[in-house]
Design a protein. Structure first.
Lengths: 303, 335, 329
């Protein structure tokens, strides 16, 4: 939103107030310039865009319906008809992996957005108001952080029941603490800045200070957190689906595919390897892009 | 000048009475007794309309805490702050926010005091956004005018702070502080982070603005030369206490307190062949968490005697509003 | 033995950043005589700190690189020394103290341990007991009260002034011949600054070491320096002994610097200023770097960088004192 405001405002002024020789450079523009220089990160960005396109246009590019069972071709090896072969029900593995992209990405993104909303809100409140509010929220975060991650997620899934929606919630609850901690720290630091004091000295309300100063200045941290959190959530989804607690067959997910492929790993190794490769590519792409983004947004962090 | 002085005598713009700011300090997890760092300890003074009060002292003397307490950016522990006859301490949240348009602050660090994600225009606009209902065009017009007043090229309107040097950033901070036409500006070491050649430009700007707009300054600095140049009256602080307060000329020409004398003689003077008595004080500033008994200065004072460690001297007026807190300065005056 | 402890000749230190070149130190020459103090004065970015780091060869490289010149120390060019030899020279022969003592002291060791460590590294064959004795002696020398107690304290337990004293003790522990002080009192209060300056002066007398005092404060220069070098935008603009520079500054920049500081001794309504600001490295004027801010500037100043000319035994880089100037009038 902020970015859009920049642009409209800038146009206005170029036309109305200012002469033509204005040099305009913005924080995000600079950051993008830096990001563009990082070739590996840009390659990963392309991979991510491709993954997203694949997820969106899955029905168009899939050779088969991912749940269509062809009993004439059970566990067939790769062939011209089935590029990556078929599984134990004769379903096309390539199509299932393509559809798996949908599930994995959406779970990664939705779970992260959920985690960010909880994390940013609680982290900002704890960091800004401090005192007893901070103590309470910090204790809650400690309780959440004290459980081993996977066991905690399994407990939630068992308690709430299986299903994609519950998976969103479970993963959201699992990962918000990290976001909240970082945002709390960032806000605590930012609120001591003199420009926040200047704002207060002009009579700004807490709400205004949070929205105008603290949030925009934490935005880069949040963006990086979300980007780096997505692969994390994808991994958890895969783990949970592998354990049978996540996405339920016949819906395809990379995790439950690996799980289903287990018995056949010795003679149809491609069946279990390919979903693994998909997970690997996605996770690496997001991680490297996230790192690049962090470096680009905050040049001070670069070592 | 005459008018200004008379007005000052009638009703001061700001009256500070027995202002205290004590920060609680942890003296141990299980200790019941609460310990305090007395950053500002029982301070009273007046600021007249259009007057500049210089506040000088070493780091840790509480001068910055005092400046912020006066604006209630830090909530004072106790005391009275009377601004234009109104009790500033009694104001509730919403009223307090509203009355903030009358008092502003300029900070020391021109890098930390401007939001890096905002353009110059947005930074200067902030007080207007908060305090007024002006239309976008009216605001813009005002901002461009103020930018010109503080010596910023209006074409920088859409630039970001990181593109500016320290001196220009300080001008942006000054523009933000004056745009609402406040009656009092607390200047917290506004030039100490700047290069010498730029320092003079900013000091001249502040003086010119005061002449044109008539606001009062509470000018906090550790630099006695700068304070001398800009102030009408000077307060010298040591460990949260006022040790001397006087009109500028009295303070510099008829220095009473031994601490002020030591401070003055410590400044390296940029000239050769200036013979002057040097007082090199021994030791460091004691910790404000554990101030000395009696006169807070007695541990470093070259005149200290037995009484100084037992009894805290009172701030006594020696005529013409020249006050000093020392057991021995009275003798000097009568001599 | 020559009079000069160190002779810097045409030193050039450039920084290579983002495809551009920043000429941080651009042809600087000066000498430090034995037992004398040279003050280097200038504003931030004028290259005064880079000059000292070049001598110590403590530049971060890349991006910084010494691209030319000589640093003759006791007849030997330091730029031809190996890293190993330089390490020996740093500390043993040349020591340095910095503006912020906290960042130069290791927070997890006591100050005593750190001085002992320095002694053990630089002095061959010294025993631990002997080193400890020497360390306490050093703490006494820099007038730290209760040195035996302070020996076992950590840097954070000391005040800023005390830390700077510890730094000086460390720097002097191996009897260096040259002490480089980079803004040693800028972070300190005036009363503490006065103590430290007095201490440096005293120690210089006692040990006979030469001092290079880098500062932005002309007051500090007046207190401590025998000779002064004024730098602006990577170049020396004026060099003279301290008395004559305060008596009669020649370069318009030096004149401006002296006039723009508020003085205790005189009263003015308005401070005189040097207009504008230091040019940034990618926007250096073609001629004299000071020309856009100079009140006396003429056409020649815009076109040509003046040479450092000798005048009455001092040096100044300004067209005003050249033959051409007179011709133009």
């Amino acid at each position: 939103m902020k970015i859009f405001r920049f642009f409209t405002k800038q146009k206005e002024f170029e036309q109305e107030v200012l002469s033509s020789d204005i040099e305009y450079s913005s924080y995000y523009k600079d950051s993008f310039k830096r990001l563009k220089k990082n070739k590996v990160a840009m390659f990963c960005a392309v991979v991510i865009v491709l993954l997203i396109l694949i997820a969106i246009f899955a029905p168009l590019i899939c050779p088969y319906d991912p749940t269509h069972q062809d009993y004439a071709a059970i566990l067939s090896p790769p062939s011209a008809k089935h590029l990556l072969g078929t599984d134990e029900y004769g379903r096309d593995i390539l199509s299932r992996i393509i559809y798996g992209t949908r599930i994995s990405l959406s779970i990664g993104v939705v779970a992260q957005i959920l985690a960010s909303i909880i994390g940013v809100a609680l982290g900002a409140i704890a960091g800004y108001f401090g005192g007893i509010v901070d103590t309470i929220i910090s204790r809650i975060m400690e309780v959440f952080a004290a459980f081993p991650d996977l066991i905690f997620a399994m407990a939630i899934m068992t308690f709430m029941g299986k299903g994609v929606l519950n998976l969103f919630v479970a993963l959201g609850l699992l990962t918000w603490v990290r976001t909240a901690r970082l945002i709390r720290g960032s806000v605590m630091q930012l609120k001591e800045k003199e420009y926040v004091e200047a704002s207060k000295a002009s009579g700004a309300t807490s709400f205004r200070i949070i929205m105008k100063h603290l949030f925009p200045n934490s935005l880069s941290t949040i963006i990086v957190l979300v980007t780096l959190g997505i692969p994390n959530a994808i991994m958890y989804e895969a783990s949970l689906s592998f354990l049978g607690l996540g996405v339920q067959p016949p819906a395809p997910s990379w995790g439950n595919m690996i799980s289903a492929a287990q018995p056949y790993i010795s003679y149809r190794s491609l069946y279990s390897v390919m979903p693994g490769v998909a997970i690997m590519i996605t996770v690496i792409a997001f991680n490297i892009f996230g790192d690049g983004l962090r470096d680009a947004l905050d040049p001070k962090l670069r070592t | 000048m005459e008018n200004k002085k008379e007005e000052t005598k009638k009703v001061p713009l700001l009256q500070v009475r027995n202002l205290k700011k004590w920060f609680p300090s942890k003296s141990g997890v299980f200790s019941r007794k609460k310990a305090y760092i007395k950053a500002v300890n029982d301070i009273s003074f007046d600021v007249g309309y259009g007057e500049t009060i210089g506040i000088v002292g070493e780091s840790g003397c509480g001068k910055s805490t005092m400046g912020r307490s006066v604006l209630r950016l830090i909530e004072p522990t106790s005391g009275e702050i009377i601004f234009e006859g109104k009790d500033f301490m009694k104001l509730k949240d919403a009223e307090l926010r509203k009355s903030r348009s009358e008092m502003q602050i300029i900070f020391q660090d021109p890098y930390a005091s401007l939001d890096p994600r905002m353009t110059v225009g947005e930074i200067i606009a902030e007080p207007l956004d908060i305090q007024t209902n002006l239309s976008k065009e009216e605001k813009r017009e005002k901002i461009l005018k103020v930018m010109e007043v503080v010596g910023l090229n209006p074409k920088y309107y859409n630039r970001y702070p990181h593109e500016f040097s320290g001196g220009q950033r300080q001008r942006i901070g000054i523009a933000r502080a004056i745009i609402l036409g406040p009656k009092l500006i607390v200047c917290d070491e506004p030039v100490s982070a700047l290069d010498v050649s730029v320092q003079a430009q900013v000091i001249n700007l502040l003086k010119k603005l005061q002449k044109d707009m008539g606001m009062a300054y509470l000018f906090i600095s550790h630099d006695l030369s700068v304070i001398k140049h800009i102030s009408d009256r000077v307060i010298v602080m040591y460990l949260g206490n006022i040790v001397e307060i006087a009109d500028k000329d009295d303070l510099y020409n008829n220095t009473l307190h031994p601490y002020t004398k030591a401070l003055l003689s410590s400044i390296p003077i940029a000239a050769r062949n200036v013979k002057r008595e040097k007082i090199i004080m021994e030791g460091d500033l004691p910790s404000p968490a554990n101030p000395p008994s009696g006169c807070v200065f007695h541990t470093r004072c070259y005149m200290a005697q037995d009484i100084c460690s037992k009894e805290a001297p009172k701030l006594v007026d020696y005529g013409n509003g020249h006050k000093c807190a020392c057991h021995f300065c009275k003798n000097k005056v009568t001599e | 033995m020559s009079e000069n402890l160190i002779e810097v000749k045409d030193l050039r230190t450039y920084f290579f950043i983002d495809g551009g070149v920043v000429k941080a130190v651009d042809g600087v020459s000066f000498n430090v005589e034995r037992g004398k103090t040279l003050g280097i004065v200038g504003e931030s970015g004028c290259g005064k700190s880079i000059t000292s780091l070049s001598i110590m060869q403590l530049l971060e490289s890349p991006p910084g690189k010494i691209v030319g010149g000589e640093i003759i120390y006791n007849g030997e060019n330091l730029l031809n020394k190996t890293k190993e030899e330089m390490r020996h020279i740093r500390g043993n022969k040349i020591a340095m103290i910095f503006q912020e003592p906290m960042t130069s002291l290791n927070p997890v060791f006591t100050v005593g341990q750190q001085i002992v460590e320095a002694l053990l590294i630089h002095e061959e064959g010294i025993t631990k007991e002997k080193a400890k004795e020497r360390a306490i002696e050093m703490l006494k020398l820099v007038k730290i009260p209760l040195p035996e107690k302070r020996f076992n304290e950590y840097p954070h337990q000391l005040s800023g002034g005390m830390r700077q004293r510890v730094m000086i003790a460390m720097a002097l522990s191996c009897n260096p011949e040259l002490l480089i002080c980079d803004e040693p009192t800028t972070a300190l209060d005036v009363t503490i600054q006065a103590q430290i300056l007095e201490l440096i002066n005293e120690l210089k007398e006692k040990t006979g070491a030469s001092v290079m005092m880098i500062t932005h404060d002309l007051g500090v220069i007046a207190e401590i320096a025998d000779d002064v070098m004024v730098m602006y935008a990577g170049k020396v603009v004026e060099q003279a002994d301290t008395d004559s520079i305060f008596e009669k500054p020649l370069h318009p920049y030096t004149i401006g610097l002296m006039n723009c500081i508020p003085k205790l001794t005189e009263e003015v309504e308005e401070l005189s200023v040097i207009k504008g600001m230091v040019p940034s490295y990618d926007d250096m004027p073609k001629g004299c770097a000071f020309c856009p801010r100079c009140d006396y500037a003429k056409k020649i100043c815009e076109e040509e960088m003046p040479e450092l000319i000798e005048l009455e035994g001092r040096k100044v880089r300004c067209h005003m004192y050249s033959e051409k100037w007179k011709e133009e009038n």
